[in-house]
Design a protein around this ligand. Structure first.
Ligand code: ARG
Ligand code: ZN
Length: 861
């Protein structure tokens, strides 16, 4: 059954207050719920509550036990035909956390009992109106064995605790902020924390704690500090302060997604919390800070102002991703952050948007909402917010968000509410802009120019077009900000002199129509145009740059994103179109960058990294993996050979920059060093640089970078290094995941046997741990095109078999894995039928709604 945005109806009932009592036990927990209800809808509207896999033990309405004829519990709904307009419903249910491998609702992870409720997990804990437009205040009492579960946490502020008989104890929590059920959380366990005080800008004293399994607590310090940075930043940049006496974060080894913003009690995948100098890479540190920020920022964009319904998901996720991107940009390198975000956008969101799973940022319907936590809702959603920011400017955007937060504080809002706040503050009409939320597909912007030497007139013709996507054959033009620069021979930007209907001044064009023309007079030569600075709109832009022009752009442009983009364009043309001119220009520009001692090494590293195979494939109407991979490898060989001296010299110089420090400068040096290391390794069958780096590395970044090289180039030292690393980290789940990730991405067809061996390893294969599943299968499916897309179809076969097996354990995980085949329709004529057969096998084996929905759309979209 499908849920449609067009069918939305306001709820018939609201829940004024919720009191929950948990008797926690891993085998069988009892949940007693007392709901104070009030009817909002018609007199005859029945009372309907959601409930999944609940063992109903008792049901009372206003104190009276209901007879079997007075209610029914069917297909996830408890219906009570006649309930008074104000009433109190009391239920007691039993649930089994231990048996819960879906990791939705209440489940077990090591020494903890914990919950994950978004999107619809609360109904696996107790009967409730489990939808975001029903908000309630909560009082929670937790009871559990004190020795086994000494710490008892929930949302809000603690209001008391005490002893019970039989070695049990209790704790009470009160959350003063009404919230929808998806933000509910409980954690009980033998866990410990690090703690710091924080005083908000309005003077509230907050105790901030980061919790983990006892042995992991020494690795929580960085996350704690990142939390304090996030709290301060949201005050300074957005004027948003925290609103409870405690802020708790708990790290768990078993988590389906990255993290969850439960009110006052964020729960995190351990990989986005735990870090220390020995075990964490530079990328880990950055990701931890970013995800900590993301969940914290939800306290306003998501919790204080929540969603009316799940179609509005991007209202909180797109806005919060934008906020976390800005957090990282403000604290670290803005240019490098933007490049990383655009790389991800192109590799994942553009690919999603051009395949069978394409959907608008606000999907009009869904069969399973968990399948819409996508790159489109998150990343494109953030780009849409970024465009609004560009269109109205920072100051107006800030005022608009203030208005949005204050107008809708405590409410369940819609995309229209946010757009209205921005429209009012900016005085702009955003009705056309709203199409960004409704129309799927990546717009293509086509630019043609002409220069008339006789009159000195330069004219740009700009057209936009969006290709059909499943269910949307016809597209309307979008309203989008297009940044532009026009460089003369001296590198001066002439764009201020542009004229035309799309012209907004200061290098900004605003497209609204399918076609625009802008022009410039009085030139003696054709200028060099540059478009989409900072990627001002999430579009693909086509302009017939010559190789020489792109090479010049790398040198003349100031915007790091566009300099990087020029390099990507060169690489793309060199690989996909096999253009020798672009290849030569790329080699030339790479040489310049390698020598550039003034530029940020992390920026140079981004520029030297070629687009990944999925991104390259996305531009092809028929994907020939063998050719793409071969051309890409040949180009890397050529880069490495041509610049062997320069890269060796640069590598050596970088290796002398405080090699083990955690400073930004040291991390930037490591980034470039580890991009150059594969270049050096390509030329040296002995892999001496990688062997030495592995041996001497003082950081996980350097150690993993070296190990990847040794392994992926089949170096003589590889087996020994792998074994040494393995035995050093055998006890560590997260580091072992990284080790597995390297093994399964070795670019050889035989890696499939490695994956099979891992799946047969009783210690390493842990199918109930989503991180482990992603390490083995996620990395294989998305990041090893050589083995996954083997021409004999063995990669697809193994993958399909595992996706089906995992569906019985964790449907969100199986559905997510299946999306790795989203490009199947464009595969070559040998691979396509093989991939299709595997998808059909998945369809036959799929049991969950999650996997059924994804595989159906993959096959039919
Ligand atoms: N709201 C969480 C976040 O992005 C993600 C929750 C994902 N839940 C899910 N069922 N897919 O911060
Ligand atoms: Zn989020």
């Amino acid at each position: 059954s499908v849920v449609r945005l067009a069918d939305y109806q306001a709820p018939d009932w609201r829940i004024l207050h919720t009191r929950l009592v948990f008797e926690l036990d891993p085998e069988r927990s009892l949940v007693n719920a007392r709901l104070e209800l009030e009817r909002l809808g018609a007199d005859d509207a029945p009372l309907r509550l959601h409930g999944e896999e609940l063992d109903l033990l008792s049901l009372r309405l206003d104190g009276r036990v209901l007879r079997a004829s007075e209610y029914r519990y069917l297909d996830g709904v408890l219906e009570i035909a006649s309930a008074p307009a104000r009433c109190v419903l009391e239920t007691t249910v039993a649930i089994s956390p231990q048996a819960n491998t879906r990791l939705e609702g209440l489940y077990v992870s090591g020494p903890m009992l914990l919950t994950q409720c978004e999107a619809e997990g609360f109904r696996r804990i107790t009967f409730f109106i489990d939808q975001p437009d029903v908000q309630s205040s909560f009082d929670v009492e937790l009871r559990a064995d004190k020795a086994r579960y000494p710490v008892l946490l929930s949302n809000g502020n603690p209001t008391g605790s005490g002893e019970l008989e039989d070695g049990r104890h209790w704790a009470r929590w009160h959350d003063p902020h009404p919230k929808p059920a998806y933000l509910f959380a409980v954690v009980a366990g033998d866990i410990d924390c690090v703690m710091a005080p924080f005083t908000t800008m309005d003077g509230r004293k907050v105790e901030v704690r980061v919790w983990a399994e006892r042995r992991d607590v020494p690795r929580c310090q960085y996350a704690l500090e990142a939390t304090l940075r996030a709290m301060r930043w949201d005050e300074e940049r957005f004027g948003r302060a925290y609103d409870l006496d405690q802020f708790n974060i708990v790290a768990t080894q078993h988590f389906t997604m990255g993290a969850m913003e439960n009110k006052g009690l964020n729960i995190f995948n351990a990989r986005y919390v735990l870090a220390d100098a020995r075990s964490a890479t530079d990328a880990d540190y950055e990701a931890i800070e970013s995800v900590i920020g993301h969940e914290y920022f939800h306290n306003w964009s998501g919790n204080r102002v929540t969603l009316r319904d799940w179609f509005q998901l991007s209202l909180k996720e797109g806005l919060t991703v934008f906020r976390d991107q800005e957090f990282t940009a403000d604290l670290r390198s803005r240019g490098v952050k933007r490049i990383a975000d655009v790389r991800l956008l192109r590799a994942r969101q553009f690919v999603e948007d051009s395949g069978p799973l394409a959907h608008p940022v606000r999907p009009p319907e869904y069969a399973e909402i968990n399948n819409f936590y996508t790159a489109t809702v998150y990343e494109k959603g953030a780009e849409v917010i970024r465009m609004l920011h560009t269109l109205v400017g920072e100051a107006t955007f800030r005022r608009a968000l203030d208005r949005y937060f204050s107008t809708h504080d405590g409410q369940s809002a819609t995309v229209e509410d946010l757009l209205a706040a921005i429209a009012v503050e900016s005085g702009r009409d955003l009705s056309q802009f709203k199409r960004w939320y409704e129309q799927a597909g990546t717009p293509q912007v086509e630019v043609e120019d002409e220069f008339d030497a006789a009159s000195g007139r330069y004219r740009l013709r700009i057209r936009q077009h969006t290709a059909p996507t499943p269910g949307q054959p016809d597209k309307e033009p979008l309203h989008l900000p297009l940044r532009i620069a026009l460089y003369d021979a001296e590198g001066r930007d002439l764009s201020a002199r542009l004229k035309g209907d799309a012209e907004r001044g200061e290098g900004l064009l605003e497209l609204r129509g399918a076609e625009h023309t802008v022009e410039l007079d009085g030139l003696d030569a054709k200028p060099l145009p540059a478009f989409l600075h900072g990627l001002s709109a999430p579009v693909r832009l086509r302009y017939a740059y010559s190789a020489a022009e792109l090479g010049r752009l790398v040198g003349v442009e100031q915007d790091p994103l566009l300099r990087w983009d020029a390099m990507q364009r060169l690489a793309h043309a060199a690989i996909v179109e096999r253009s020798a001119a672009h290849r030569d220009a790329l080699i030339e520009a790479s040489g310049q960058l390698l020598k550039d001692a003034a530029a940020d090494p992390a920026f140079i590293a981004e520029c030297l990294l070629l687009p990944d195979v999925a991104t390259l494939a996305d531009a092809c109407s028929a994907i020939d993996f063998d050719a793409l991979i071969k051309e890409r490898e040949d180009l890397l060989d050529l880069l490495a050979e041509t610049h062997s001296d320069a890269s060796a010299a640069r590598y050596a110089a970088l290796a002398r920059v405080e090699p083990d420090a955690l400073s930004p400068a040291a991390a930037a040096a490591r980034r470039l060093k580890n991009v150059l290391l594969p270049w050096l390794t390509r030329l040296d069958p002995e892999a001496r640089a990688a062997t030495t780096q592995f041996r001497e590395a003082g950081t996980m970044t350097d150690r993993l970078g070296a190990l990847a090289c040794l392994l992926h180039f089949d170096a003589p030292a590889a087996p020994e290094a792998l074994a040494a690393f393995r035995s050093e980290w055998a006890e560590d789940l997260l580091v072992t995941d990284k080790w597995i990730g390297l093994k399964v991405t070795r670019p050889q067809p035989e890696t499939l046997d490695e994956v099979r061996a891992l799946l047969g390893d009783r210690e390493l294969w842990q199918p109930t741990n989503p991180n482990r599943v992603r390490a083995v299968l996620g990395a294989f499916g998305r990041s090893n095109p050589v083995a996954m897309h083997r021409k004999d179809g063995a990669g697809y076969e193994l993958y399909a078999e595992q996706v089906v097996a995992l569906d019985a354990i964790n449907p969100q995980v199986s559905a997510r894995l299946a999306t790795a085949l989203e490009q199947w329709r464009r595969l070559d004529s040998v691979r396509r039928p093989l991939a299709e057969a595997s998808l059909k096998r998945i369809r036959e084996g799929a049991r969950s709604r999650d996997l059924n929905d994804v595989v159906t759309r993959l096959l039919e979209g």
